[in-house]
Write a protein of this length. Structure first.
Lengths: 284, 220
């Protein structure tokens, strides 16, 4: 296992994070949730930026506190709200990264910097949000690490810039099949097209973990009126939500309802609809 | 750790260049205006050394710390690198200041390698070390707007302590300047240099321990 979080607890006033998750080798795992749901607290705990109240974090099979310099070289982070000092230029950053990461791929980094037209002599503080985001991602990927921790790497970017960044991650993962990524976003479309599995976090708790393929193929939302709802077999329903027309019901056995209730309206599951149902819906 | 020192050197190359040029220009002005033959040396050494603690501000610029500490460095590495860099910077500033003083003594036709003058520059080095030793843990402890107040407060605090000490000595009927000179003369050159060396080691050591403690406790 690349990363294993077990019963992690961190309290901030009224907020309480309780989280367990795993990232397997070669996989891109998504963590999705609203702002303030606990995504960043989870990431900060993994990176050792905050001290959890309890629970364990194991990276490459070792306790976080037992990681040595060689292990640390295999972890790279992209944080949406933190990066290199704005008073440095890309030209300054290259020697820093070369000295930070023994396996830093200078050629890859410089090639990508040129590919994305990032100015090498301009201070980072003068960069646009998109340029800063690309620089952070390129610096992380250039490290040739094995585990990438990416907290909202596409935050504040337009659709085109977001796609460019996601393509970079896809390209990297295609070339480095033993690497893993834990990525968070509040934009479901980003994760839907990128992740192998996804964890959904709400008010500090993991409310769902599912393979992305399963979520997209087996989950569905039934739209039924009061009468249809009363007649439905509810054993494969995960959430129900009262709507103006009757009920919206989420199932992870779409096929079962398609075969047994042909007259019922059934929408294909998407990360967005699943999130909405998990957060706003009730247990049947 | 090396990567962090390289980062501070790169920051100094960008941001410190202006400060160094300004310090040298003011130094030249002070020498020409004849305010004091060694004042410019002290000025360059101390002012440029202060940049060491300023690099903490560049690190925290736009919430930079979380990213910095997610690189393959520990909090202990960060503190060690900051002190190693400060040492390099103070020594460089001291050499520049001392060479500057020697050049101007040469221009004025005075003895270039005057042992008493060179001895005095060790004092400036000690002042720089103590100043940075006080500034670094405070800068690491207080971030943002609070951090900006530290430098003026430390300068004001040093002035108040000095003034208060002299005033207190005056009230007790002691001529502080005469008394200090008497003690220093009694110690001899080797004694003074030894005292300054001990002062620098002690200040840097206590400061390093405090900074390490502050960084270990911090959450980002």
């Amino acid at each position: 296992m690349m990363l294993e979080i077990k019963d992690l607890v961190k309290k901030y006033g009224d907020f309480r994070l309780e989280c367990s998750l795993q990232v397997k080798p070669g996989q891109i795992t998504g963590l999705i949730g609203e702002n303030g749901s606990g995504k960043s607290t989870t990431f900060k705990s993994i990176l050792g930026l905050i001290r959890p109240d309890s629970g364990t974090i194991r990276i490459f099979g070792k306790e976080r506190s037992e990681l040595d310099q060689t292990d640390r070289q295999q972890i790279a982070a992209v944080l949406s709200d933190s990066g290199f000092s704005g008073y440095l230029t890309i030209r300054d950053i290259i020697p820093i990264l070369v000295h930070m990461y023994r396996r830093f791929d200078r050629e890859y980094f410089q090639h990508q910097v040129k590919r994305f037209d990032l100015p090498e002599n301009k201070m980072v503080k003068e960069f646009s949000t998109g340029m800063k985001a690309k620089l952070k991602l390129l610096a992380a990927l250039g490290s040739r690490a094995k585990l990438f921790i990416m907290d909202e790497p596409t935050s504040g970017l337009d659709v085109v810039a977001r796609d460019e960044l996601l393509d970079l991650i896809r390209e990297y993962m295609a070339e480095n099949e033993d690497s893993s990524v834990l990525i968070s976003s509040h934009i479901s479309g980003d994760l839907e097209s990128l992740c192998d599995d996804v964890y959904m976090i709400h008010e500090g708790r993991i409310v769902l973990h599912e393979d992305m393929d399963t979520l997209l193929s087996d989950y569905g939302i039934l739209k039924v009126d009061e009468k249809q709802y009363a007649a439905l077999d509810k054993q494969y329903m995960i959430r129900t939500k009262h709507e103006a027309f009757g009920y919206a019901c989420m199932t992870d056995q779409k096929q079962y309802y398609m075969e047994n209730y042909p007259g019922v309206v059934l929408e294909k599951g998407s990360l967005d609809s699943v999130i909405t149902m998990m957060i706003r819906g009730d247990e049947p | 750790m090396k990567g962090l020192i390289v980062k501070d050197i790169e920051l100094t190359k960008n941001q410190g260049k202006t400060l160094l040029i300004l310090a040298v220009v003011i130094g030249v002005f002070l020498e020409i205006s004849g305010i004091g033959s060694d004042f410019a040396t002290a000025y360059i050494t101390i002012i440029f050394s202060l940049f060491a603690s300023t690099t903490v501000s560049y690190d925290e610029y736009e919430n930079g710390f979380p990213f910095l500490l997610s690189l393959p460095v520990s909090r202990r590495d960060y503190v060690n690198a900051k002190y190693a860099f400060s040492g390099i910077l103070i020594l460089t500033a001291w050499i520049i200041g001392t060479v500057f003083g020697m050049v101007f003594r040469g221009i004025r036709g005075e003895e270039v390698f005057a042992p008493d003058k060179l001895g005095a520059t060790i004092g400036y080095l000690a002042v720089s070390v103590v100043f940075v030793a006080v500034m670094l843990p405070l800068r690491l402890k207080f971030e943002g707007d609070k951090g900006k107040l530290i430098l003026p407060l430390v300068i004001a605090g040093a002035g108040i302590i000095l003034y208060g000490g002299v005033k207190l000595a005056d009230l007790s009927g002691i001529d502080a300047e005469k008394e200090a000179l008497r003690i220093l003369n009694g110690m001899g050159t080797a004694g003074i240099l030894g005292m300054l060396a001990a002062l620098m080691v002690l200040a840097a050591g206590i400061s390093w321990l405090c900074s390490r403690q502050i960084m270990m406790k911090k959450e980002f």
